[in-house]
Design a protein around this ligand. Structure first.
Ligand code: ADP
Ligand code: MG
Length: 500
């Protein structure tokens, strides 16, 4: 296949220390993403997850004699959309090949895949790497080598019967996109960021649900190490990872295992390995067969896949706004920091929620509420944003109440907690529970006088060190249950203490 080259321009951010040298880790990922579509790639059988075993199986999927595959146009469109979302070259002509291999759960005896001529060529995924010691993040571009369409296999079940294995063909023939990265990834952090970003793009596009625990997205992780400046070393491939956290752990373990062998003067065998999350180790599964052993050849049952540029353009014009574009817009039009914008766009549901809160309001204030209050609380309660007990409109009303001067920022947090627990209209809650901010200067003045009278020693100190005025403000806020207008309190405290 194509010769491996370093396409990465940015310097890697860190090296792993061996006992003698520093080492650079080289990673390339092959991600299998199940295409979101109602029917399979070459048959009309349903793709529904969790159905009764062998209930979603057509005669084509069961490889009955004489059955012919028929391409599902929606799966093709999904692959093209994904290619466009990865800024990749779309190939107007691609070819389906047979990859000959015995899979007990793929009765054809071969997998229909794409080899020499995939539907999508080179593209890129931009990841954000950091923070460094200065707290900065840097954008790094990771090359995508190709994306091709192929069939998934079914599932063998070895735990249902003491002496037999069963096969469930529901997944057999479901469309997968295999998305192959260039060996441009340089650390476990970058690998995790790559998978996270890819998943986010797929979810924005609606081309794969990205549910790794259900197996709709899984990654083969290729790892090698080298001394800085050397050429690529021999790699090992860790198969079928379905958790981003485990991908990170497997890379950390595997790179150190390889470094230890090389520093001892040994060699790395190119092999396929499995990660055991309980032991935190990778172990050998099989030595790598050469790709030619699969005896790929064009599937005689399928014509080459051809479509027009106009078709690609029409799909392109209907693509949704993707995370990078959304982030740029949040920064330029709403004044958010790059960091806040990337937190909000990482999940589409968060971005959508934020945009509803921000409608007609200050973007930064809205971002602050969503990131610090809402997302913090969701995390505490281990809830997803789709399960948020508080709606964008409710958060919006709280923000409005602060802006109008009806409540202080402090009280707003209490209102937020009440709405979170009990629901209801924030304005009504403030009204009913007497949470309105006290702007009546007479009442605030009385509270200030009382604190000043009760603390003569502090008053003396504050006259010498004016910054101690803050202490009085805090006491007054406390004594008024947070309801006093903080600006009014501050002004009065300074005036009464005679400090500036
Ligand atoms: P295969 O299909 O046999 O696994 P490919 O050449 O298609 O082989 O490469 C698969 C993946 O391995 C790609 O993501 C590629 O970037 C990665 N890769 C190739 N060489 C290395 C290497 N030396 N170190 C780490 N990853 C590598
Ligand atoms: Mg591979």
């Amino acid at each position: 296949m194509t010769e491996l080259v370093d396409t990465r321009t940015a310097e890697p951010k860190r090296f792993i220390a061996g006992s003698k040298d520093d080492w650079e880790v080289i990673i390339g990922l092959e991600v299998h993403a199940q295409v979101s579509s109602h029917a399979k790639l070459f048959s009309g059988a349903s793709t529904e997850f969790g159905a009764e075993p062998n209930s979603n199986v057509s005669l084509v999927d069961a490889a009955m004699p004489g059955m012919l595959p028929v391409i599902n146009e929606e799966c093709v469109a999904q692959a093209i959309r994904t290619g466009l979302g990865l800024n990749a070259e779309i190939n107007l002509r691609s070819v389906f090949d047979r990859k000959n291999y015995f899979y007990p759960d793929l009765p054809q005896g071969y997998q229909i895949s794409q080899f020499k001529d995939p539907i999508v060529g080179e593209g890129t995924i931009t990841i954000s790497v950091g923070p460094n010691k200065q707290g900065e993040y840097e954008d790094v571009e990771i090359g995508v080598e190709r994306l091709h369409l192929e069939q998934d296999a079914g599932k063998s079940m070895h735990d249902q019967h003491p002496t037999m294995s069963f096969v469930d063909l529901n997944r057999t023939g479901v469309a997968l996109m295999e998305i192959v990265s260039k060996p441009d990834i340089r650390s476990s952090e970058e690998a995790k960021a790559y998978v996270t970003k890819l998943r986010s793009i797929l979810r924005y596009l609606g081309t794969c649900d990205g549910n790794m625990s259900e197996g709709s997205m899984r990654a083969d992780v290729n790892v090698s190490v080298r001394r800085p400046g050397e050429g690529f070393g021999t790699r090992c491939e860790i198969k079928n990872m379905n958790s981003i956290r485990f991908i990170g752990q497997a890379i950390e373990y595997e790179s150190r295992r390889q470094i230890a062998i090389l520093e001892d003067g040994g060699e790395i065998d190119q092999e396929t390995r499995l990660y055991d999350p309980v032991k935190g180790e990778t172990r050998s599964m099989r030595s790598k067969e050469d790709a030619h052993d699969y005896r790929y050849f064009p599937d005689p049952d399928l014509l080459p896949l051809e479509f027009s540029q106009a078709y690609v353009d029409s799909l392109k014009s209907n693509l949704p706004e993707l995370p990078d574009a959304k982030k740029a817009r949040f920064v330029s039009e709403m004044g958010l920091s790059a960091y806040d914008a990337s937190v909000l766009v990482s999940e589409k549901a968060n971005a959508d929620f934020f945009e509803k809160v921000a409608e007609g309001r200050d973007g930064k204030v809205a971002a602050n509420w969503v990131i610090n209050n809402l997302m913090g609380k969701l995390k505490e309660d281990d809830k997803d944003i789709s399960e948020s007990p508080i709606s964008p409109d409710q958060i919006g009303s709280i923000i409005d109440l602060i802006k109008e001067g009806t409540i202080s920022g402090q009280i707003a947090k209490d209102v937020f907690d009440i709405v979170w627990e009990e629901g209801g209209d924030p304005a009504q809650i403030v009204e009913d529970r007497g949470m309105k901010q006290v702007t009546d200067t007479g009442a605030i003045e009385a509270a200030v006088d009382q604190i000043i009278a009760a603390n003569p020693e502090q008053v003396e100190k504050a006259k010498e060190r004016p910054q101690l005025a803050g202490w009085f403000v805090g006491q007054v806020m406390k004594s008024t249950g947070g309801k006093a207008n903080p600006q009014a309190v501050q002004a009065l405290v300074k005036q009464k203490l005679g400090v500036e």
